[in-house]
Design a binder for this molecule. Structure first.
Ligand code: GDP
Ligand code: GDP
Length: 452
């Protein structure tokens, strides 16, 4: 579920962080380190009036100042507002109205988002009302006198804020792709995460209702939302508490379980290790879509054959997941990083895809025509009656046959190959079930049909 975001905006020292803390209670802040930005956006989960939402607190918005970082801070605030459903402009009731407040208010009025006005540092109720009154001038509606430190007035403010959140039903309809980023330590998972955050527009880290220490990062790329699972595990790398191995493999297993698509990150310099194979095994047994991301491609000396040779070598060690897409990237330079999203999206679509029974049977009919099922020594031939997709995520196809024992591995692989080459299913595992069925239950058999 995509949580609505509320941006807290205002010049420095008016009490934005204090107000954000009041809204969020004990919820941990999630800070994004983006290179070159002095003060980062922080996200916190908040809960009020039965609603979960996120607050994003930004560096002070300051206009007309020479300091070199200010444009960046301002850019951060603009980004924060862009992804928010509403903003709270915080001003300082003790200091009174300043030119900077007016400038920020002018800017906010030109945006299309609802803005609430919090006049902070109003500890005294009577004094507060008169302190707040002068901020009517900003043209942003009712100034709410509040004290972020003591909490007075914040209830009324939140009450109104709730009226600006989209209805919950709307939020639930928004699809989201769950992505687990897994791989051995040092392959570049956290670098990749940072590269994603740099490429994408909306960045949020919410979760309600899951384990405390699993923090997800939500990004939006070309209108699609991706939830990067358990990025806390990626950020908090050197965990001494459990020992790094235990920690990472168990975390990876949990992340795989919660995902739709797994990004298996491999270090181009090291290739596929035994641990990678173990992770790949788990991806398959959990039936997840998968993109193999070969990172640090910048560090490899290349000529025209290199990528081909690398792919062949890596695939030979991951032969059991030949359906996975593979991409060569550099988290460091950003090379092909946006393309990863395309592959994730493709894997996700294929993973949930459903094909009609008639399509499957056309393929089977054709396959059987080219290469008939084996005949036993007693002269009994294997027969495929029909096939149908029985479930998705991942796609599973049941093949009804006269006797599964007559279909040995090589013929099964042939049929699988035919299904793959006709239906694609790129990036997702597909499961085939060979089921015995008495011939009188299903007529006509494809073998017979092919003879007509
Ligand atoms: P920010 O820079 O806008 O995030 O402001 P901070 O939250 O860091 O607060 C700036 C200063 O104002 C700190 O010294 C706070 O203790 C103080 N402050 C914040 N909220 C209140 C309040 O409600 N009342 C009073 N009196 N001081 C406050
Ligand atoms: P993690 O443990 O999987 O999260 O790996 P990190 O993201 O911390 O990266 C481990 C090391 O590899 C760091 O020193 C990174 O700077 C380096 N690294 C990550 N991605 C790349 C890349 O694309 N190219 C190169 N040359 N180095 C990288």
């Amino acid at each position: 579920m995509a949580l609505p975001i509320v941006a807290i905006i205002g010049r420095p020292n008016v009490g934005k962080s204090t107000l954000a803390n009041r809204f969020a209670g004990d919820n941990q802040a999630i800070v994004f380190d983006e290179p070159g930005i002095t003060r980062d956006r922080t996200y916190r989960n908040a809960f009020w009036g039965g609603r979960d939402f996120l607050i994003v607190d930004t560096g002070g918005l300051v206009f007309d100042d020479e300091t070199e970082f200010l444009p960046l801070i301002r850019q951060q605030a603009e980004l924060a507002l862009e992804e928010a459903v509403a903003a709270v402009l915080v001003v300082d009731g003790k200091a009174g109205l300043t030119a900077a407040d007016e400038e920020i208010a002018n800017w906010l009025r030109r945006q299309s988002k609802p803005v609430l006005l919090a006049v902070n540092k109003c500890e005294s109720l009577e004094l507060g009302l008169s302190q707040a009154a002068e901020f009517w001038e900003l043209g942003l509606g009712t100034p709410y006198p509040v004290s972020s430190i003591h909490g007075n007035g914040t209830g009324d403010l939140l009450e109104e804020l709730m009226t600006h959140l989209p209805p919950e039903a709307e939020i639930l309809d928004d699809p989201e792709i769950n992505v687990a980023i897994i791989g051995r330590p040092n392959v570049g998972k956290s670098s990749l995460l940072n590269a994603f955050v740099g490429e994408t527009r909306a960045i949020v880290s919410p979760i309600s209702g899951t384990t405390r220490d699993a923090i997800d990062t939500r990004v939006e790329f070309e209108g699609v939302r991706y939830r990067l699972i358990d990025t806390a595990g990626i950020r908090r790398k050197k965990s001494i508490d459990y020992g790094p191995e235990f920690f990472s493999i168990n975390r990876a297993f949990k992340a795989i379980r919660r995902s739709d698509v797994v990004l298996m990150v491999i270090d181009a310099e090291d290739g596929v290790t035994e641990q990678d194979q173990k992770l790949a095994d788990r991806v398959i047994s959990e039936g997840r879509a998968c993109v193999i991301v070969v990172n640090k491609w910048d560090a490899i000396e290349k000529d025209s054959d290199t990528i081909y040779l690398f792919e062949r070598n890596l695939r030979s060690k991951l032969y059991f997941m030949d359906w996975a897409s593979m991409i060569f990237v550099s988290a460091l330079t950003g090379q092909r990083v946006p393309k990863i999203f395309e592959l994730i999206h493709q894997g996700w679509e294929q993973h949930r895809r459903r094909v009609t029974t008639s399509t499957i049977n056309e393929i089977l009919e054709e396959a059987v025509r080219w290469h008939s099922p084996p005949t036993s020594r007693q002269g009994k031939q294997g027969r495929i009656y029909y096939g149908t997709q029985v479930s998705a995520q991942p796609p599973a196809i049941a093949l009804f046959v006269n006797d599964p024992k007559r279909f040995k591995d090589n013929y099964r692989r042939y049929i699988e190959g035919q299904i793959r080459s006709n239906l694609g299913f790129e990036g997702t595992p597909v499961r085939l079930f060979w089921r015995g069925k008495r011939p009188r239950d299903v007529e006509p058999s494809l073998n017979r049909a092919t003879r007509v």
